[in-house]
Every structure is written in structure tokens, then in C-alpha cells.
Ligand binder design. Structure first.
Ligand code: IPM
Ligand code: MN
Length: 356
């Protein structure tokens, strides 16, 4: 197969972890005979420094012309400490999601048998956890108008807006995911307080009869936050709005033992995008110590979701499992003896794929 992949390494550890994902994708290309072309483009603080905006038009065109986008991370502390900065790297991420129509952010949480003891939660509670969030990504309070401050600057406001159409397309994707999995869908909302949440619930209730094989549960977001750490195995597919999804997926990601492990896919109207759920981790940037596995597993999701190539996806996740079992891990996971460098883990995975 021919594949055109846009590479957006971004800020912080983004370039280092994406470099390892590229090694792995190239190894897969060789092994399975695919013609893979990469095209790199700038985003985030790196793009602000170069051209004054975090998501330049040229980068947008590279994404539109690609079959899939591999994205690293965005964010730089020099902007976090300056609330008056007019352009911020994160605006680039939001603009990219909106302009590429990436309305559904697929964030799985699963455990690795060899890392169960690394989780902050007890083994018996998490063993076998396998859930996936579909976070709505281009609506809600992240984008709603009006937003800003009153004239005196003494009040600030954001607006949460959802249309039936936005809810329905995400919910339908949730039902379809559930049909392919354990057939349980949880609609996460705050319908006891918020009008938008009541529209979510009403919309999901209206379309549910079209998916009679899927059992639907409705749960308030605060209760889900609690049950996620009490009994994560209770969940299969969860659908939720943008802000709730942002918060709950960070919470869920530590179940697996390290935030450096969880990948994500963003699916929508135009191209598809794959990114680790961790941020730019600026303290580690350039040190060759960051865990590349979330980026590598994002590449695995890319083969599955963008190209429908399950064997390729599995070859990557098998290599990752083997690296964990063999202790070929970065310092966040290393026990006592040796911690491998980011680049060494990438090299090991690529050579493992070549000989598997
Ligand atoms: C994420 C991040 C972003 C978000 C930030 C960087 C804008 O936290 O992808 O979860 O809030 O969506
Ligand atoms: Mn987040």
C-alpha cells in the first residue's frame, strides 16, 4: 500500500518520541512491503518562533494532503507563565482539530501484564481493564462563544455549546465501537445540572433503539471520576463532551502505570491524526530520556484506524509488549538496574519488528 504520512513533531519531547515512531513505521513498511512517504511540518511553539503562528497554513495543507498525521506534542513553559501572550501554542492544537474536523478523540486505557505493579491502583482492581473513551473534540466549552472578559476586566466567561448534530455523530461512533467490543456504552454527562448534558442524554436515548445489541448506561461525570479508580473494569466504551473527556482521560491514563504509555487517535471528517496523550514534558526535552511507547503505540493505532491493517498494528504492539517484558524501557519504568535511552528503545523495537 502507498501511504503519505504527515509528521508534526511539535514541542518539547515531541520530536524525540516521533523519531522513534518513525523508525518503527519504517520497519513495518519494510517488513510488509508498503511505500511510506513522510512529510514534516511545524506546529506549536516551534511554529510561533519560526513564522509567528502555531498552526501555519502550510502545515494545514500538508495535513490535508496526507492519509494520516503523526503528531508529537504542543506546549512550552515560556508561554504558560505569560498570561498576556497573544499567541499560544495550544491555540494551534485547537485550530488544527477544528480545521481538520477531528471531532472524535479515541483514547483507550488498557493494562500491560508486565506493568501491573506500576499502577497506583491495586492489581485486582485493574487487571484486565480495557476501556476506551470517545471524547468529543471540536465543540463544547473549548470553542463556544461568547468567551472573554467584561470591559472592566473583572468578570470572565466561557460558553458551553452543543448541537444535536455534533452529539449525534460522536454518539453513533460510540455505538459502533461498542458493537465491535463488549457492547456496553456509557454516556458521561452532568444532566442534573447542565442544559448541554440534557441534550446529550436526550440524543443518545433517541438513537439507542437503532443499536439494540448495545446496552447503554447514563452516568454523571463526578460518579464516573470516582468509579474509574474504584472499578475501571466496569467500563467498555465511554462517550463524553470535550472538557469532561479531557479530564477523565488523564485520570484513566495512569491506571496503566505511566502516562508515557497511552496512545490516541483523532477521527473525523478529513484526515485522521494520531498522538500520544502525554504532553510536551519540557523538563525532559532533548535529553533522550522520554518514554517513546505512547508515540509508538499511536503509530500502531494509525495502521489500524487509518489503513485497516491489523497485522501491522499488532506487530507494533507485540514488539512493545516484548520490550516491556524484557526490561528495554526508559527511566520512568526502569527498575533498579538499567534505564534505556529514548533512541535505544526505538532502535530495539525497529530491529525486533524486522526479525519477528
Ligand atoms: C489534550 C491536551 C489539550 C486539551 C491542551 C494541550 C489544549 O490537554 O490533548 O488533552 O486540553 O485538549
Ligand atoms: Mn488533556
Amino acid at each position: 500500500m502507498e501511504m503519505n504520512i504527515a509528521l508534526l513533531p511539535g514541542d518539547g519531547i515531541g520530536p524525540e518520541v516521533i523519531a522513534q515512531a518513525v523508525k518503527v513505521v519504517e520497519a513495518i513498511g519494510k517488513k510488509f512491503n508498503h511505500q511510506i512517504t513522510f512529510k514534516e511540518a511545524i506546529t506549536g511553539a516551534a511554529a510561533i518562533d519560526a513564522v509567528g503562528q502555531p498552526y501555519p497554513e502550510e502545515t494545514h495543507q500538508v495535513c490535508l494532503q496526507s492519509d494520516a498525521v503523526l503528531f508529537g506534542a504542543i506546549g512550552d513553559p515560556k508561554f504558560d507563565n505569560d498570561p498576556s501572550a497573544k499567541v499560544r501554542p495550544e491555540q494551534g492544537l485547537l485550530e488544527m482539530r477544528k480545521r481538520l474536523g477531528l471531532f472524535s478523540n479515541v483514547r483507550p486505557t488498557f493494562t500491560f501484564p508486565s506493568l501491573l505493579h506500576k499502577s497506583p491502583l491495586k492489581r485486582e482492581r485493574i487487571e484486565g481493564t480495557d476501556l476506551v473513551f470517545l471524547r468529543e473534540l471540536t465543540g463544547g466549552i473549548y470553542f463556544g462563544e461568547p468567551r472573554g472578559r467584561n470591559e472592566q476586566g473583572t468578570k470572565a466567561f466561557d460558553t458551553c455549546v452543543y448541537s444535536v448534530e455534533e452529539i449525534e455523530r460522536l454518539a453513533r461512533m460510540g455505538f459502533e465501537f461498542a458493537q465491535k467490543r463488549r457492547k456496553l456504552l456509557t454516556c458521561v454527562d452532568k444532566a442534573n445540572v447542565l442544559a448541554t448534558s440534557r441534550l446529550w442524554r436526550e440524543t443518545v436515548q433517541r438513537i439507542a433503539p437503532e443499536y439494540p445489541d448495545v446496552k447503554v448506561e447514563y452516568e454523571f461525570v463526578d460518579a464516573v471520576a470516582m468509579r474509574l479508580v474504584q472499578w475501571p473494569k466496569a467500563y467498555d466504551v465511554l462517550i463524553t463532551e470535550n472538557l469532561f473527556g479531557d479530564i477523565l482521560t488523564d485520570e484513566a491514563s495512569v491506571i496503566s502505570g505511566s502516562m508515557g504509555l497511552m496512545p490516541s487517535a483523532s477521527i473525523g471528517i478529513k484526515t485522521k491524526l494520531f498522538e500520544p496523550i502525554h504532553g510536551s514534558y519540557p523538563q525532559a526535552a532533548g535529553k533522550d530520556i522520554a518514554n517513546p511507547l505512547a508515540a509508538v503505540l499511536s503509530a500502531s493505532m494509525m495502521f489500524e484506524y487509518a489503513f485497516g491493517l491489523m497485522d501491522e498494528a499488532k506487530a507494533i504492539s507485540d514488539a512493545v509488549n516484548l520490550s516491556l517484558e524484557s526490561g528495554i524501557v526508559t527511566e520512568d519504568l526502569a527498575e533498579g538496574d538499567k534505564a534505556y535511552k529514548t533512541s535505544e528503545v526505538g532502535d530495539w523495537l525497529a530491529s525486533q519488528i524486522a526479525k519477528s
